[in-house]
Write a protein that binds this ligand. Structure first.
Ligand SMILES: C[S@@+](CC[C@H](N)C(=O)[O-])C[C@H]1O[C@@H](n2cnc3c(N)ncnc32)[C@H](O)[C@@H]1O
Length: 252
C-alpha cells in the first residue's frame, strides 16, 4: 500500500462527516433489527456505540420512546450530532459523549439495548463483545452490524481494501461463534441489502466527492485523495458479492 498523503484524513473527513451515515445501513434495516428485540421495556435505555454523526441514533429516537447515550471517539462527528439533537429538540432523550468504547465511564451500565452499526470491529469484535456484555443488564439486547466475507479468493483490490480497514474480518460463522463465546444468545441475523450501502452512504458519498472535485479543481494532491476515496463505492459496484454487512441481534 502506498503511503497516505498527509492531507488524506483531512479530506477523508471532509467527505465522510457530511454523509447521513458513515457506513452501510438504513432505517428499514434498523427497524427490522429493533423488531427482533421483542422483550424491550417500553422506554428502553439505549447505548449507541460508534454513533458517527448519529444517522441511526436519530432514527432510534424516532422508532422508540427510550433514552439514548451516543458515543463516538471522533469529536467533530459528535458536534454534528449535537447540532442535529438541538435542532430536533431531542436533548431530553439523547446525550452524547466523546469517548473510546473500550474505556467508557463506569457510570454507563445496565443498558436495555446496545446498538452499534459498523463500529465494534474498531476495537476488535471479541473485545467489543466483552465490553458490551458488561454494559448490558441481564436479558438486554445487542444489535450490531459487521462486515463479513462471503466468497473465497477476493480480487487483490478487495483484499487490500479490507486489509487496510479491517484485517481481522471473518466469515458469518466466525462472528456467530464470537457472539456465542462472549455469553450471548443469537436472536437473529440478516444481510444488509444493496440499497443499504447506497441510499445513505455511497450515493451521497459520490455526490460529495463530485462537489469537492469542483472545489479542489487544480489542487492535484486533493484530487488524488478524492480519486482514492472514490475507489470504495466503485469496488462495491464491481465486487460486492465477495463481502457483506450482517446485522446481528443477540441477547445477554
Ligand atoms: C463506520 S463508522 C459508523 C458510524 C455510524 N454508526 C454509522 O453507521 O453511520 C465507525 C464509527 O466508529 C467510531 N469509532 C471508531 N473507534 C471507536 C472507539 N474506539 N470508540 C468509539 N467510537 C469509535 C468512528 O469515529 C466512526 O464514527
Amino acid at each position: 500500500m502506498d503511503e497516505l498523503s498527509p492531507r488524506f484524513w483531512e479530506i477523508f473527513f471532509e467527505v465522510y462527516e457530511s454523509l447521513p451515515r458513515q457506513g452501510p445501513g438504513n432505517r428499514t434495516c434498523a427497524a427490522k433489527a429493533l423488531g427482533l428485540c421483542r422483550e424491550l421495556p417500553e422506554s428502553p435505555a439505549i447505548l449507541d456505540l460508534g454513533c458517527g454523526v448519529g444517522g441511526q441514533t436519530l432514527q432510534l429516537a424516532e422508532m422508540t420512546s427510550g433514552t439514548i447515550v451516543a458515543v463516538d471517539s471522533h469529536p467533530p462527528s459528535i458536534e454534528r450530532l449535537r447540532a442535529a439533537i438541538a435542532e430536533r429538540g431531542l436533548s431530553e432523550r439523547i446525550t452524547t459523549t466523546v469517548g473510546d468504547m473500550a474505556n467508557l465511564d463506569d457510570a454507563l451500565r445496565s443498558f436495555d439495548l446496545i446498538w452499534s452499526e459498523g463500529a465494534l470491529y474498531s476495537i476488535g469484535l471479541r473485545s467489543a463483545l466483552h465490553v458490551c456484555h458488561g454494559l448490558l443488564r441481564p436479558g438486554g439486547y445487542l444489535a450490531f452490524t459487521d462486515a463479513v466475507w462471503r466468497k473465497e479468493n477476493p480480487p487483490p483490490e478487495v483484499r487490500a481494501g479490507f486489509d487496510l480497514d479491517y484485517p481481522a474480518m471473518g466469515w458469518l460463522e466466525d462472528d456467530l461463534s464470537a457472539i456465542h463465546d462472549s455469553g450471548f444468545e443469537v436472536v437473529g441475523h440478516f444481510t444488509l441489502p444493496d440499497e443499504a450501502w447506497w441510499d445513505d452512504f455511497y450515493t451521497p458519498m459520490e455526490a460529495r466527492i463530485a462537489e469537492l472535485r469542483g472545489r479542489y479543481a487544480g489542487d492535484v494532491e486533493a484530487l488524488g485523495i478524492l480519486d482514492q476515496l472514490a475507489e470504495e463505492p466503485e469496488m462495491h459496484r464491481r465486487y460486492s458479492d465477495f463481502y457483506a454487512y450482517e446485522f446481528f441481534v443477540a441477547r445477554r
